[in-house]
Design a protein around this ligand. Sequence first.
Ligand SMILES: [Zn+2]
Length: 92
Amino acid sequence: MRSCCSTSLNGCMCREEHLGFKIVLRTESDVEIMDDGYKWKKIKNTPHRRNYYRCAAEACKVKKRVERESQDPRFVMTTYEGNHNHPSPSLS
Ligand SMILES: [Zn+2]
């Protein structure tokens, strides 16, 4: 446990890291949607070109956030949270 987490669990900025596996990908791309082999359901569309998805597989809790970088719009940031509890649909 990090020192910041022991002091304040609710206000801790790194709390998300305790929930599970997280990867951030930065890709130079014209399109926001990368083909990563999994099927995704859009949860919501927000302004600022940020989109939220969850894995379309039943009982899988993996989430993905896709946003275009404001400083450098050539890049797209994709954040994955959690581990898939099933194989990639593209492999089957
Ligand atoms: Zn999944």
